[in-house]
Design a protein around this ligand. Structure first.
Ligand code: MLT
Length: 252
């Protein structure tokens, strides 16, 4: 089956599309630094599920619906403080290295981040929503093909209100893998643009991160610097994360 691939490269684009809805489409959401890399790592390490929340207050309120769930996330890249959450201590920040087997096994994690969880929620009307990252790129491409998806939207979460180079690179790598797998595709201009960015800069992803707003911010923070390399590794996990109709992301 021919697959039509489009990319939404910035928050303005996916927020506008949210209003129209994504019915009949499959979304793959990329927030490489770091929300979707965190979710994929957590699920691979045995987390029971992730519930994406758009606001800190929503994450706090959702704890009543999921007793025992652990609140997580960041603002300005840093773990949410009790002062920001009205007194609730968050269990995790947004570093994938925090989401170890011993800390996440069978836990439900309610996560709110600046862009990643907002992008995931923007897609909730889609037929299916997958969590994309370099860490599980091939597994996600294979899942998409086995599903026989005909209309695919690659959603780049961005940084603040701007496009993020790392998300566009990952969407481009996704197109590249699909093309190499001999998938028959109609690649729309937006996805073709991401693909050319990947062809240009994909050989040195870490170097490219020095030109990326969120990449630079993380590289300049000694405690978070290692997250960048962690998130740029390819195909470390053979899992796919899918957001269910109940809003929870689970491993398949
Ligand atoms: C986000 O959702 O905007 C990011 O994941 C930010 C970050 O972790 O630095």
């Amino acid at each position: 089956m021919t697959m039509n691939i489009e990319a939404l490269l910035s928050p303005a684009e996916y927020q506008a599309r949210r209003a129209r809805g994504f019915v009949g489409e499959v979304c793959v959401v990329f927030d490489v630094l770091r929300a979707t890399s965190v979710i994929v790592t957590g699920l691979a390490n045995g987390a029971g599920g992730f519930v994406p929340a758009e606001e800190i207050s929503e994450a706090v309120t959702l704890r009543a619906k999921y007793p025992g769930a652990l609140p997580a996330g960041e603002r300005e890249g840093l773990k949410i403080t009790a002062a920001q959450s009205g007194g609730v201590e968050f269990d995790f920040g947004n570093s994938p290295r925090e989401y170890t087997k011993s800390r996440v096994s069978e836990k439900i994690i309610i996560s709110t981040t600046t862009n990643g969880t907002r992008a995931l929620r923007a897609c909730e009307t889609a037929d299916a929503v997958a969590v994309g990252s370099f860490l599980n790129l091939t597994a996600t491409v294979m899942w998409l093909q086995s599903r026989g998806a005909s209309r695919v939207v690659l959603v780049c979460a961005g940084t603040g209100e701007s496009a993020a180079l790392e998300d566009i690179l990952c969407a481009g790598a996704f197109c590249d893998l699909l093309a190499r797998s001999k998938q028959t595709c109609v690649v729309e201009d937006s996805a073709a643009a991401a693909w050319s960015v990947f062809r240009e800069a994909g050989n040195d992803l870490l170097g490219a991160m020095r030109h990326a707003q969120n990449g630079r911010r993380l590289l300049e923070n000694p405690e978070l610097r290692d997250d960048v390399e962690f998130c740029l590794r390819r195909d470390v996990f053979e899992i796919v994360g899918l957001m269910g109709r109940d809003g929870m992301i689970r491993r398949v």
